[in-house]
Ligand binder design. Structure first.
Ligand code: BGC
Length: 720
């Protein structure tokens, strides 16, 4: 017998459509119009006065949407972002801090969907405990350009990898009863003049790259909302792009949730006709475009029959459907927060995300001898660097320090170096009790080399704060750090570099140093994780989610369009690489990068053997991975398509993180999503595999392919 009170989740998902339909019918037009806008919370910088549509006593956040209590429709309380619950100075929330997870690029480097799920869960619980029922997470734009200021908020340059991890992070959040977005739909792959940026791409190539990432993540996680992007795509603003929103997202992908705008991305009420369901951050639209498009202008169009009632109802139904499907209307008591457990997730993500790029045997450091260690630069005595913008999270206890940077553009005043309170220097002192460790801030090379010369080993920390609304002018380290590293390596050949960056850097000193560690922005426990990797307490297992080019000349756009123009200059960016993003571009051009996608060293070694592949409708590859070294460690074998019926083409088909003891072997099986083997044919509106032999390889990274085998596929059109 089933009790009336036991929720049947399958039924409730199916019911959410019916309920949304039923409740929408009971609403007044005023209530409908209130549901399709999100009003920004009171925040000194962007909305200094509380908007009267936000009731007094409401917890301030990125946006608020009035509910309709008489029919059980809750208000929406939206909070940023993918790395934790943010609080960039909301009035009334002084001191409200949250777990600051490592940057998404570090999570991407873990190649570990289970960690994405766990950190999503922690973020969802922390959002919910504050009453936030929409988390503006799920950043999934592909890393097309190593200068993109927001790459640290995204997962990788590969659609499959990005989709699998983003889906788990959305699943983690939504399992806590909090709606998650996926964002930014679509092609917000550069920040330069982002409101005036026209991203040009071949529509088929778009389906095989950025759109495929969204499509797969949507299938695997059903995010309640999708956030549009600021830029245009092929001449139309993404937020008002009928082809993208109506035909592709809601049509071909069958997406049932709602599309919200980014803050200040709704230039016109007509975006509603194209498929945008909700205008968010309305005050930014008044600043940008002179009006709140979905308030007076849309109401007027509606009153004059220029905007159909059925479309208004559809917008509202989509919002209600997601509310009911995720269950934000049936919250029980607030879950208790275990902040120590959340810190553990942040720590584990940092550990698994750190990538050992180079090591000639200098690492791990000897822990049992009284070595003299020089720790230099990067504020290593204070904490670790992080990214800036709407995704920046203040950790419990606040930042260890905030160094103002400033700059032009809408986020200029908010541009800072935020240091997370986990000092690598303190971490090293703890794990190297027998060593003599001295610190030098690295202010000048002359001063720092004095310490370097009298030390056995030099560990130099090099940082670069990156963030929203900026692209990097080049791949150099700021503040003269490249010259500093070079001078230190000349002074002491036993030099190890630890990078805290959100993107690849150029490393002109690379050949002079003994080891290079990419720690990204490793979050609130990052200093500890770095120390553990350097001392071997943790065996590094991160793999690059983005190709490190040798120089920008190797990338599809050596010159970045719009770079150097004043903010607001209309700019066209041609993503001519199409679907050949990142490692695919390098495979196509034959260029040799500094470090390939998927690259990452370990303190042990792994071998691959006994590859068997099966063809048919898709490809299944089974192989053995063996830990052939002397330490336990995790490997991430990667399966690639290298050739499809005579067409040379590199595609990541799958990967698996495998923990192995020394001498241990495991059989791994990867079955490819057939879309990764196919081409998209826009005329037919379908995917198509070609008849013939397909070569599949198992590799350590996109360039180091170890074994391969062939499978035969049939010519087959499928899907949409
Ligand atoms: C960002 C979004 C964010 C929104 C709300 C925008 O500047 O692009 O990612 O969710 O602000 O804070």
């Amino acid at each position: 017998m089933t009790s009336d009170t036991t929720p049947d989740t399958t039924a409730s998902v199916h019911d959410s459509d019916a309920r949304a339909r039923e409740i929408e019918e009971q609403l007044t037009d005023d209530e409908r119009f209130a549901l399709i806008i999100g009003v920004m919370g009171q925040i000194a910088q962007f909305a200094p006065v509380r908007d009267e549509r936000i009731p007094e006593g409401t917890t301030m956040s990125a946006a608020y949407t009035a509910g309709v209590p008489r029919v059980g429709v809750p208000a929406l309380h939206m909070s940023d972002a993918s790395m934790g619950v943010t609080n960039p100075g909301y009035v009334g929330r002084e001191g409200d801090t949250a777990t600051a997870m490592p940057a998404c690029i570090a999570l991407g480097a873990s190649f570990n969907p289970a960690l994405a799920r766990a950190s999503g869960g922690a973020i969802g619980r922390e959002a919910r405990s504050r009453g936030f029922n929409v988390q503006l997470a799920g950043g999934i734009n592909l890393m097309r350009d190593p200068r993109n200021g927001r790459n640290f908020e995204y997962l990788s340059e590969d659609p499959w990898h990005s989709a699998v991890l983003a889906a788990e992070s959305v699943n983690g959040i939504q399992a806590e009863g909090v709606i998650s977005t996926l964002k930014h739909f679509c092609l917000n792959c550069n920040e330069t003049n982002r409101h005036w940026l026209d991203a040009i791409i071949d529509p088929d190539a778009h389906r095989e790259s950025d759109l495929l990432a969204f499509q797969i993540a949507i299938e695997r996680a059903q995010p309640g909302a999708v956030m549009g992007s600021y830029n245009k795509v092929n001449g139309e603003y993404a937020g008002g792009n009928r082809l993208l929103l109506h035909d592709v997202l809601k049509g071909a992908f069958g997406y049932l949730g709602w599309v919200m705008s980014d803050w200040g991305a709704t230039a016109s009420w007509e975006f509603a006709l194209a498929g945008l369901d909700q205008e968010c951050g309305v005050q930014s639209d008044t600043r940008m475009w002179g009006a709140e498009a979905f308030s007076e202008p849309l109401r007027q169009a509606f009153a004059e029959d220029r905007f159909p009632k059925e479309r208004l109802s559809d917008m509202v139904r989509r919002i209600l459907r997601s509310m009911f499907a995720v269950g934000i209307d049936t919250w029980g008591p607030t879950p208790a927060l275990d902040m120590a457990a959340h810190n553990e997730i942040a720590l584990e993500t940092a550990r698994q995300g750190i990538v050992l790029l180079e090591n000639d045997g200098a690492l791990p450091l000897a822990t049992d001898t009284p070595i003299k260690v020089a720790v230099i630069g990067g504020y290593a005595q204070t904490g670790v660097a992080s990214g800036v913008g709407s995704a920046a999270v203040q950790p419990p206890g606040g930042y260890a320090a905030v160094v103002p940077i400033g700059g032009a553009g809408p986020m200029g005043a908010a541009r800072n170096l935020f240091l997370m309170p986990s000092s690598p220097l303190a971490g090293l002192r703890k794990l190297l009790p027998n060593a003599q460790i001295d610190f030098d801030p690295g202010l000048t090379a002359a001063e720092a080399t004095l310490l370097a010369r009298r030390s056995d080993v030099v560990i130099v920390f090099a940082i670069r704060p990156e963030g929203e609304s900026y692209d990097l002018a080049d791949l150099a380290l700021p503040w003269g750090q490249d010259a500093l590293v070079d001078a230190l390596a000349s002074a002491n050949p036993n030099t190890i570099v630890v990078l805290e960056t959100g993107n690849p850097v150029s490393m002109p000193w690379r050949a002079k140093v003994r080891a290079i560690v990419e720690a990204w922005y490793p979050g609130q426990a990052g200093g500890q994780a770095i120390a553990e990797v350097l001392t071997g307490a943790v065996n590094p297992s991160g793999r690059l989610p983005i190709t490190f080019p040798a120089d920008l000349a190797q990338t599809p756009r050596p010159e970045l369009p719009g770079m150097g123009t004043p903010w607001g200059t209309p700019t066209t960016i041609e993503y001519n690489e199409g679907a050949e993003v990142g490692y695919r571009w390098f495979a196509k051009t034959g260029a040799n990068p500094l470090y390939a996608f998927g690259h990452g060293l370990s303190y042990t070694t792994f071998e691959y053997s006994d590859l068997e592949v099966e063809g048919g409708d898709t490809v299944t590859a089974t192989f053995t991975v063996t830990n052939t070294g002397g330490r336990p460690g995790a490997d991430v074998p990667q399966v690639y398509l290298t050739e499809a019926a005579g067409d040379t083409r590199l595609r990541l088909l799958g990967f698996e993180r495998v923990d192995l003891e020394p001498g241990e072997s495991r059989r791994v099986t990867v079955t490819a999503d057939p879309r990764l083997l196919a081409r998209f044919d826009a005329d037919a509106g379908q995917w198509r595999t070609s008849e013939g032999a397909h070569t599949v390889a198992v590799g350590r990274n996109a360039q180091d392919l170890v074994i391969d085998a062939k499978a035969t596929l049939a010519e087959r059109p499928f899907g949409a």
